[in-house]
Design a protein around this ligand. Sequence first.
Ligand SMILES: Cc1ncc(COP(=O)(O)O)c(C=O)c1O
Length: 382
Amino acid sequence: MSDLIRDLTDDQARAALVCKWGEVPDDVLPAWVAEMDYAVAEPITEALHRAIDAGMTGYPRFGAGGALGAAYAGWASRQFAHEVDPSRVVATVDVTAGVRLALDAVVGPGGLVMPVPGYSPQLAMAEMTGRERFDLLLDPDAERAELDLDQLDHHLSHGARALLLTQPHNPWGRAFTRAELEAVRDVVVRHDAFVISDEIHAPLVLDGREHVPYLSIEGTAEHTVAVVAASKGFNIAGLKCAQVVTASPRLHEALVSVPMARNDSWSVLGVAGSIAAYTDGDAWLAALRERLTSQRDLLVDLLAEHLPRARMRPIEATYLAWIDLRAYGHDDPAALAVERQRVQVAAGHDYQPGLTGHVRLNFATSPERLTEIVRRLALALA
Ligand SMILES: Cc1ncc(COP(=O)(O)O)c(C=O)c1O
């Protein structure tokens, strides 16, 4: 295994990851928020040191494209064989803000379809922007996590105007295939609707699998805004820089003509960190994917040994495992885990209100910690 991925000690993790490790008491082992217990890639820390040494603490460049656009376009071409026009890459503060910007500037009024279970803060996005939320529900008993196109079709016929696609999906763990995405496109085009494609997890495909950008599907340019970032793949969410990408002059124009106060909050250090990740991060990322693939395999073994009645669908991407623990008979296993065994996983009902017996477990840690997390979870449910 490559030594490019350096595990943080508990003390280092507590100092570095003030949300994941700092928001829980010191005796609690954290496996909740989506941050990795690994040191940041050297090309990124070097770029940040250089930026600070140069006194780069002012405003970022506000125009679209630039060095960030070029770095993202180069990355998308190498990583996904996806050609992006660098001048159509627009910076924004984070992916959540990028989704809101797309809703306001491009989609306009109308309901929002959310695949559910879904990233919990985004469940509030429809209401916050004055829209109805239409849940595209995944049956907890389904063998495979697939987007239900009949539900999508129904929602788009009954007031929904856009789909918030998460590709790859958190917490489903799916990297949707080209054929699946083409099928989504066909439904969306039939209704003249929009797709906002949240691709924050794109770098995190496992088993050598490919990520298919939704915008790389033919016939999506006129209805799609992609929101991407180096933040999740490279553990730099705190640097605050994401990118909004379009392939149509009309949609690009709509994004860049919002009032400045609507989109001016990204950070100059976030730009520097993202450029370094996109330009010089390939080797580190390859090592990370290998590590996460082996962590995923270890998790499968640990569940078989300690929690044999747990159900987990194959995880194709992300480092977030969606685990069905209903067979153990507890409504809120996450609450029990922290109370009885001092391990913090995320509660399933945060991702799907009303759903019982599920947790989301973050396996981006050391093999030793992952073993301890599952051991404690099993003891808590015994
Ligand atoms: C699917 C998805 N979108 C967005 C985010 C949050 O991104 P940001 O911090 O850039 O708003 C996350 C965080 O884990 C996520 O999983």
